[in-house]
Structures are given as structure tokens and as C-alpha cells.
Write a protein that binds this ligand. Structure first.
Ligand code: NAD
Length: 180
């Protein structure tokens, strides 16, 4: 049986290329990379996997509904990882249209066609694994995190020291206003 197929958008970008390298080099999944190759796309980052027979490439704009439909029909992916984006935020000031097209309309286009494919599947519920009667049996309960996790605390000491900033609310007064 053929291995599962991943469709990765933006696979020539920083994050997408790392994902594809990982999938091809360390699993037996097949991967189709859907990338428009904007200034941010760089196929050289896929050099270690480009000749792999489980790795496919489609130069496609995710905003192009006809092309997205064709690619989904052709590869019938089991999983979609959407990593195509206009990601360099400083560019969004001079050229916001590309950001709106790719990040909003492109994402919407991709989601709509994925939903259409998903709705067309005979059964959308995966089979329960062997020895498991119902999915509820797989739920594993873990202890809650403590409410105030010190690892994520931001220190305001520098801004207080250098700019004289001070908060208008203490934790106690803020929480009282937040939770009624
Ligand atoms: N880089 C990070 O540290 C980081 C951290 C958190 C989240 N993210 C998010 O991960 C996603 C990918 O980030 P990245 O750093 O890999 O970005 P990137 O700019 O390096 O790559 C984006 C890729 O998308 C492609 N692309 C752009 N528009 C397209 C379109 N219309 N159709 C098809 N392909 C298109 C480009 O050619 C490029 O290969 C973004 O949503 C980003 O916000 C990135």
C-alpha cells in the first residue's frame, strides 16, 4: 500500500522546507510541495530531498482556485500543512495587497477545497485502532499546569528602570476587573 501523502504549502520557505526535509528523510510519507516561489521561496533548501521519488513539486499559487483543485484531485493528500504565506511583516506596509491575497484569500481558497474533498470522502471517521472499542478509551488525563507558570513570566524591570513605566493595574485589581 502506498504511504500516506502530505500536501505542504510553502515548502520552499524557511519552515516548509524544514518540514519536508524531516518528512522525506525521517519517515516514509510522500510529500507534495505546493509553492508559488515568491522572492521568499528557495528550492535550494530542498536539495537534500529533491531527487527523492516520494517528493513532488507543484509551482502553484494558493490563491488560484482551479490549480488548487487540480492539485488536490491529483495527489489526494491524507494531510495538509499550510505554511505558504507572506511572512515578512515589514513588507506589508509598502505592499499590503499580497499579504491579504495570500494570507487571507489563499488560506480561504485552500480551506474551501480541503472541506469539499473531505465532505466527498465515504467515511470521515478513521477506523478505531485494534484492541480499542471507542476513542474515549484513548483519552489520557494529565495534571493541570499551575495557573501562573513562572517560565513564561515577562519581567518589566528594564522598562520601569529605563523609561519610568509603571503598570496602572496590579495583578489583584486587574483580575477583579476581568472576572466578575
Ligand atoms: N519563520 C518563523 O520563525 C516562523 C515562526 C512562527 C510562525 N511562522 C509562520 O510559518 C509560516 C511560514 O513561515 P516561513 O518563515 O517559512 O515563511 P517564508 O517567507 O520563508 O516562506 C513562505 C513560502 O510561501 C511561498 N508562498 C508565498 N506566497 C505564496 C502563494 N500565494 N502561493 C504559494 N506559495 C506561496 C513562498 O514562495 C515561500 O516559499 C508563516 O505563516 C509564518 O508566519 C514562521
Amino acid at each position: 500500500m502506498a504511504s500516506k501523502m502530505f500536501l505542504v504549502t510553502g515548502g520552499a520557505g524557511f519552515i516548509g522546507s524544514a518540514v519536508i526535509r524531516e518528512l522525506i528523510l525521517n519517515t516514509d510519507y510522500r510529500v507534495v510541495n505546493v509553492d508559488k516561489l515568491t522572492y521568499a521561496g528557495n528550492l535550494e533548501s530542498l536539495a537534500p530531498v529533491e531527487s527523492n521519488e516520494r517528493c513532488y513539486f507543484e509551482q502553484v499559487d494558493i490563491c488560484d482556485a482551479g490549480e488548487i483543485k487540480r492539485v488536490l484531485n491529483k495527489y489526494q493528500p491524507d494531510y495538509v500543512m499550510h505554511l505558504a504565506a507572506e511572512s515578512h511583516v515589514d513588507r506589508s506596509i509598502d505592499g499590503p495587497a499580497e499579504f491579504i491575497n495570500t494570507n487571507i484569500m489563499g488560506t480561504y481558497t485552500l480551506l474551501e477545497f480541503c472541506r469539499a474533498c473531505w465532505s466527498g470522502l465515504k467515511s470521515v471517521a478513521p477506523e478505531t485502532p485494534k484492541g480499542v472499542d471507542q476513542y474515549r478509551d484513548l483519552i489520557m488525563f494529565v495534571a493541570d499546569h499551575s495557573g501562573h507558570d513562572q517560565r513564561y513570566v515577562i519581567s518589566a524591570a528594564k522598562i520601569e528602570r529605563e523609561l519610568g513605566w509603571c503598570p496602572q493595574e496590579s495583578f489583584d485589581s486587574g483580575i477583579r476587573k476581568t472576572i466578575h
